[in-house]
Design a protein around this ligand. Sequence first.
Ligand code: PRP
Ligand code: URA
Length: 214
Amino acid sequence: MPHRKELKVKIVDHPLVQHKLTLMRRREESTSKFRQLMREISLLLAYEVTRDLPLSTHEIDTPLAAMEAPVLAGKKLCFVSVLRAGNGLLDGMLDLLPSARVGHVGLYRDPETLVAVEYYYKVPQDIGDRLVIVVDPMLATANSAIAAVQRLKQSGAKRLKFVCLLAAPEGVRAFNGAHPDVELYTAAVDERLDEHGYIVPGLGDAGDRIYGTK
Ligand code: PRP
Ligand code: URA
């Protein structure tokens, strides 16, 4: 395995993120607690991924004086959720950026081949004019992430970031190779993938844990 230094990924190492991730990894955590933690952690990830949004100024009146005050510049950004687990991150991010536009890419991983299969796709028409932040908690082989970003680029998306909660080194390497222009954010890069393409030690199947389907 190549040295981790070769992986191009921004690790969100804030203590609150790390603590909440540890709670989520625990086998015994309930569905409701897991979902709540995912929502809380998504706010912190959104804070980090939007750190470099451009600002302009706007004249306002405070109760005491007029001032030029900073406001977000340009068109509203667009979140894209990779269904279905991506919705676990999307909800909290929308709390923080309620005016954002939202796209959905429905993908599932074929359990035998681990190839990503698309079943739904809907994004804003003017996606090419917006910063696009793609969200999916898990980056394992990265087949899903690579396919989602490829599809978004075909729709005209030019400025993209990808946010996950957990990644495998194999997935980060594959994603960096396929989309070197897309900044990748995660809370942790785990040890490896197992023979079924699951992240180890990981947290299990994110979709099943969010929605209680297993
Ligand atoms: C999970 C996860 C990612 C994908 C990651 O989704 O949410 O989309 O697997 O694996 P990869 O990096 O190897 O492609 P899954 O296919 O289980 O679908 P779900 O979200 O509907 O549960
Ligand atoms: N998808 C998940 O939900 N978990 C993994 O570990 C790998 C893919």
